[in-house]
Design a protein around this ligand. Structure first.
Ligand code: ADP
Length: 262
């Protein structure tokens, strides 16, 4: 299912802003983890976040998905929703962000006691109240698309890590989000399983899905990303086209990081 087939009102306006974030701040106790982050994601664009462990990448995604409530900043989603995180209303408004995006987690986060199919239809049926028959059909189609036809009744422990993560991706797609958020989707996988998951993400990018991807896979970022953002210590150190940030960065900190990984 490509994003334009989604029943959600996605206008097919190339280069139109889908998500604009300004001045995002988040502290845990007295540790300021995000120190004013700006982000612009246009429809159909792939933005990758890279940077050392602890630099705040996952926290950015969790804020975008409403899993954390930032302390300050403004997020505007496709001109339909503006959340000012410094106001008391923000705690409720973050549910609007959650409705519009879907997250793929590093450790898949599948329900271990539910089958693959049950995992995928949980959100559409229980949260979105969509008809079960429709959700099941869509889940089957999506599972087939990522090479998991016949696995509907398997339990997560019966699958490889790569298969589990493909279920995680299908579960996100089944929510029909406008924005996909990937939090180090391959870093828990054995090396030989990384490729099959990256291939699915690449295909989704080619179909026009809008996504923000936290990753250490710099070769993947170079192939797929429209913009690479290098974070360190809760700030954006450098952002730009992958060829610049990954091959010819302006900042010394970026160079040291990419030289270690490439
Ligand atoms: P990254 O994804 O770049 O590795 P994270 O966003 O996971 O970075 O974490 C950034 C910093 O925030 C780390 O120092 C981490 O320990 C801290 N942190 C993240 N979540 C929490 C939390 N729920 N409570 C306290 N500290 C947290």
């Amino acid at each position: 299912m490509s994003p334009t087939e989604s029943p959600l009102p996605v206008e097919a306006v190339p280069d139109a802003a889908l998500l604009t974030v300004r001045g995002l701040r988040k502290s845990f106790g007295d540790h300021e983890v995000l120190k004013s982050i700006d982000l612009d994601v246009r429809r159909g664009e792939v933005v990758t976040l890279i940077g050392p462990s602890g630099s705040g990448k996952t926290t950015v995604l969790r804020c975008l998905n409403g899993l954390e409530v930032p302390d300050a900043g403004v997020a505007e989603f496709a001109g339909q929703l503006t959340v000012d995180f410094s106001t008391p209303m923000a705690k409720k408004q973050v549910y609007g962000l959650r409705d519009r995006s879907a997250m793929v987690f590093q450790h898949y986060n599948l329900f271990p006691h539910k089958t693959v199919l049950e995992n995928v239809i949980e959100g559409p049926v229980q949260v979105q109240k969509r008809p079960k028959a429709e959700a099941v059909q869509e889940a089957r189609d999506l599972l087939a698309r990522v090479g998991l036809a016949g696995k509907e009744n398997s339990y997560p422990f019966e699958l490889s890590g790569g298969q589990q993560q493909r279920v995680g991706i299908v579960r996100a797609l089944a929510l029909r989000p406008q924005l996909l958020l990937f939090d180090e989707p391959t870093s828990a996988l054995d090396p030989e399983l990384v490729g099959e998951v990256l291939a699915v993400i690449k295909e989704l990018a080619e179909e026009g899905w809008t996504m923000v991807v936290v990753t250490h896979e710099l070769a993947f970022a170079r192939q797929v990303a429209d913009e690479v953002i290098f974070m360190d210590g809760g700030v954006v150190v450098e952002r730009g086209h992958p060829d610049t940030v990954l091959r010819n960065p302006r900042e010394e900190r970026t160079r040291q990081f990419v030289d270690r990984l490439l």
